[in-house]
Design a protein around this ligand. Structure first.
Ligand SMILES: C[S@@+](CC[C@H](N)C(=O)[O-])C[C@H]1O[C@@H](n2cnc3c(N)ncnc32)[C@H](O)[C@@H]1O
Length: 411
């Protein structure tokens, strides 16, 4: 893979995502500068009722997920969110039928199955383990398979963003918070990058390592509960949280309240559902899987469709200079361009482990499906993920904004 990375990249398609912009935000274009990604992978609120209604004001966004080139979602007031992937089919592929691309070499090996030691208390369900603190809130497991997936996903985000851990224009941040930090990999790397900062990572699961930089700490904490910290923060970061919160605007309010004036907040998240550039996702098992999960997530009261609202919710909470930006990840090597292909292969690996991570809990808790039924659908959806004739992609969305220097003002 390394030698493939060193070769020149094919130019990518230049169709930029299109958005109608609100006056107080600006968007920046994915410039695809062709630099190779340098990083390589290293390796109880249990559902009381499966019919709980979503409390979000968000309109149900799952309409025509596979409408082809764009899926506009009408928001209630400020602006219409329209996205368009800057990706196109690679007509020159010679290895149709394979989920790898010969030009890129082989993918990282699949995760191996082994459970973490019993040092921590976990909830077990359908062969996976889940957080015990405030159990049942979050649908993702916390076992080693998931931890490896989160670390792999971290590298996908970082390589996509030109090896950057953040896009917000922060300078010399002193106090930094990473909410729902997962394995803490982002917080650790951020602490190394900014040694004069103090970085706190919080999560429901105690899955962070012990050997960490001296300026990094972890704490078990629920971002949906009242925030009690000794100091305010200069920068707050949250990534891959789209399935986490029952009421994201209230979490954003807590974030705003706990930032210093002039401090920044940044979300990095996938926009669900997966779509395809030409309708080829429609009717597939992968599409059935995601539609079923999204129906279940709605019933569980934590819809997966919140990502596209972050910018608007940030502005409503008082953030200024809100910037939104999207990247597009193809599901396998069907896509043109070496950098896009590389990201696609990482996404493919990520989603192969992501399907059981999200599906087992969501479909059993939300729709009452049996483990066998879920696993049959996952197996078929995994095949679709690697089918180069299905031109599906995920949108990776970033929104960041600043708390005004004088509250109530726009400066
Ligand atoms: C998909 S992982 C993302 C982890 C990390 N942000 C990253 O990008 O690698 C989502 C994380 O959110 C955590 N989480 C979910 N709900 C939470 C809450 N209410 N408070 C704190 N953490 C939460 C989960 O335990 C899980 O580790």
């Amino acid at each position: 893979m390394e030698s493939a990375l060193n070769e020149a990249f094919e130019p990518s398609s230049t169709i930029a995502p299109r958005f109608e912009e609100p006056s107080d935000s600006k968007r920046i274009k994915d410039d695809e500068d062709g630099k190779a990604a340098q990083k390589m992978a290293k390796k109880s609120e249990l559902p009381k009722s499966s019919t709980a209604a979503a409390v979000h004001s968000t309109p149900t966004a799952f309409q025509g997920s596979d409408a082809g080139d764009e899926v506009p979602t009408q928001h209630s007031n400020t602006f219409e969110y329209i996205s368009h992937p800057d990706i196109e089919v690679d007509d020159d592929r010679t290895d149709h039928g394979s989920d790898t691309d010969s030009a890129l070499g082989s993918m990282p090996a699949s995760s191996t199955v082994s459970l973490r030691s019993s040092v921590y208390e976990y909830i077990e369900e359908n062969g996976r383990t889940y957080h015990a603190f405030n159990a049942g809130k979050y649908i993702g497991p916390n076992d080693e398979i998931e931890q490896e997936r989160l670390d792999l996903q971290h590298h996908l985000f970082v390589m996509t963003m030109d090896n950057k851990l953040h896009l917000a224009p922060i300078e010399n941040p002193q106090h930094v918070l990473d909410i729902a930090t997962g394995t803490g990999i982002w917080a650790i790397e951020f602490a190394q990058l900014y040694p004069s900062s103090t970085v706190l990572g919080t999560d429901l699961s105690p899955i962070q390592p012990s050997f960490i930089p001296p300026n990094c700490q972890f704490r078990i904490d629920d971002a949906e509960e009242e925030w009690i910290y000794n100091q305010s923060f200069d920068y707050i970061h949250g990534r891959a949280l789209v399935s986490c919160f029952r009421d994201p605007p209230s979490v954003i309010k807590s974030i705003f309240a706990n930032l210093n004036p002039g401090g920044y907040f940044e979300f990095q998240d996938p926009i669900m559902p997966l779509r395809s550039i030409d309708g080829s996702l429609a009717g597939t098992s992968l599409d059935l899987f995601q539609k079923s999960c999204m129906e279940a997530a709605e019933k569980l009261g934590r819809p997966w469709t919140n990502g596209k609202n972050y910018g608007r919710w940030m502005r409503e909470a008082g953030f200024v200079d809100v910037v939104e930006k999207s990247y597009y990840w193809a599901t396998n090597g069907w896509v043109r361009g070496r950098q896009k292909k590389l990201q696609a292969l990482w996404l493919n690996e990520n989603l192969k482990e992501g399907l059981p991570a999200w599906g087992l809990s969501t479909l059993s808790r939300g729709l009452g499906w049996s483990r066998e039924r879920i696993e049959v659908l996952i197996a078929a959806a995994r095949e679709d993920l690697s089918n180069p004739n299905i031109h599906a992609y995920a949108e990776c969305y970033v929104a960041y904004g600043r708390k005004p220097h004088n509250e109530g003002s726009s400066s």
